[in-house]
Structure formats: C-alpha cells, structure tokens
Design a protein around this ligand. Structure first.
Ligand code: AMP
Length: 261
C-alpha cells in the first residue's frame, strides 16, 4: 500500500468523500497505477490478483467519469461469476454513493424479467456475467450505445470457464470509441488474443506479489485453545458472531472439510 492520498488524483469531492467513508485512506499499488491512466481514458491491461484492491482501481475512475444525467449505461463490467458480479456492483454502489450512481447486476439463474425491469430504469453501470449480458443485448433489453468504458475482470477465469466467445460477441456490439480495461492474474494465449484483438495500444501494468502480501497482513489471526469435544460448539459460536458471507473450515490435517457460501 502506498502512502499517497486519493486527493492526489483528479477526483471529485463526492468520490473522495465516499472513499473516506469506506475507510480507504491510501490507494493500493494497483489503484496508484490504474486510476490516473484510466482517468486519462487510455486502454489498460492489468496483471493483478483478488485482494489487491483491483475492483476499486477500475471502480473509482468509472464512477468519476460517469455523467449522472445520462440514463443509458456508460460502463459495462464483465465478470466470470455471479458472486463476483454482485460484489463488484456493491463496490461500485459504495464508491458512487454520494454521486448517486446506479449500478445494476445481471447474471444467470435470476429471473430475466426482474433484471429487464431494473435495466429500464436509470442505470449508469452494468455488471454481469457474459451469457446473461449477451442475452439482454440480443433481446434488446440492454442498450449499450452510450457506453464509454468496458472492464473485463478476471479474464483468465473467463477463459477457463469457456466464456471468451461470448465476451467477443458482446464486444462486437459495443461502440468502438470506448476505453477498455482488462484485469487478469495470468495471461494464457486466449487472454493475450483478447487484448490484441480488441484493445487500442493498451498500457501494461503488473503488480508484484508484495502488494497481495501487504493486504494479507491485514488479516487478523486468532487462536482458541479448546477441548476436542467443545470444538463444534466453538465453531458454531464463532460463525454466529463473525457471520461471514463465506468461509473455509479445514480439518486437522489441513484438508478442506466445509466451504460455506
Ligand atoms: P479486491 O482486490 O478488489 O477484491 O479488494 C480487496 C479488499 O480490499 C476489499 O475488501 C476492498 O474493500 C479493500 N480495499 C480496496 N481498496 C482499498 C484501499 N485503498 N484501502 C483499504 N482497503 C481497500
């Protein structure tokens, strides 16, 4: 994490205040690199992992560049999973709260009509999985003619899950005059091809693993000494108190016993 400040960038008061209320005091390394370039509307290819603060790295400039008066979506963020789509939508909503930015998430396994109704309202930013986004485009329920920014998040996961063809079909429907940002932890050939085919002289940014290590230091470790027979009750108490959205519970040998999501 750098010791810079979000006030160092050309950000409006509403965005800086939202970041402050989220407790984001200093930009992370990836934010430091990405924000000024994205505000300058250049294409970007970013090698970084979850935990580096990458969502806010693209979320902050997107919220800054959104024109509130425009009712049609100005930014589209593609994610490989609906969990990530929901998370990114929440992050964008939080960052854009004081600017009253409206983000909508569209993903499979949720009624189409509900999303259709939401997309009819003002929606500055749309976050979604490729299949459902394409579905909305093809059925005429997602108008992307006013789009100015595209983010492809976790591109290597998109590739692993077989979504690249759908991503390319979506890109073909977008205005050519736009900024494209691609984030990926690894760069297999399929992801490289995506960059070459659909981006304009992108700037490459690579964030070292030290960044992730810095974020990991913020993880709190707690040790409970407990009798074997009390283990399950303790586990129940801890999960009730901590109330995590998801967690992994390893057994004695370090193998994963449960994954609660
Ligand atoms: P991400 O890599 O986008 O999944 O972000 C990892 C976590 O870091 C999330 O919980 C964010 O809320 C948090 N985060 C992002 N940027 C900052 C920042 N500048 N300061 C503190 N926490 C941050």
């Amino acid at each position: 994490m750098s010791q810079g400040s979000f006030k160092d960038y050309q950000l409006s008061e509403a965005i800086v205040r939202s970041l402050d209320s989220l407790g984001y005091q200093h930009p992370t390394d990836v934010q430091n690199e990405v924000i000024p370039i994205a505000l300058g509307k250049r294409d970007l290819v970013v090698k970084s992992r979850t935990g580096s603060g990458k969502t806010a790295a693209f979320g902050i400039p997107i919220c800054e560049l959104v024109e509130w008066e425009e009712n049609k979506p100005q930014a589209l963020i593609l994610t490989p999973t609906r969990e990530l789509a929901v998370q990114v939508k929440e992050d964008i909503t939080n960052i854009g709260r004081l600017k009253r930015i409206k983000a909508t998430a569209v993903y499979g396994k949720e009624p189409f009509a509900r999303q259709q109704a939401e997309l009819k309202q003002k929606s500055h930013v749309v976050v979604g999985t490729p299949g459902r986004v394409l579905d909305h485009i093809e059925r005429g329920t997602l108008d992307l003619q006013r789009l100015t920014s595209l983010v492809i998040d976790e591109a290597d996961e998109m590739l692993n899950m077989g979504f690249i063809k759908q991503v390319e079909a979506i890109i073909r429907e977008l205005p050519k005059d736009r900024v494209t940002m691609l984030f990926s932890a690894t760069f297999p050939e399929g992801v490289e091809n995506l960059c070459h085919r659909h981006m304009k002289n992108p700037i490459d940014i690579e964030i070292g693993i030290e960044e992730n290590a810095t974020m990991a230091v913020q993880t709190e470790h707690v040790l409970f000494i407990v009798k074997q027979e009390d283990k399950f009750n303790l586990l129940t108490d801890v999960t009730v108190v901590e109330n995590p959205d998801s967690c992994i519970i390893p057994d004695f040998d370090g193998y994963v016993l449960f994954k609660l999501t």
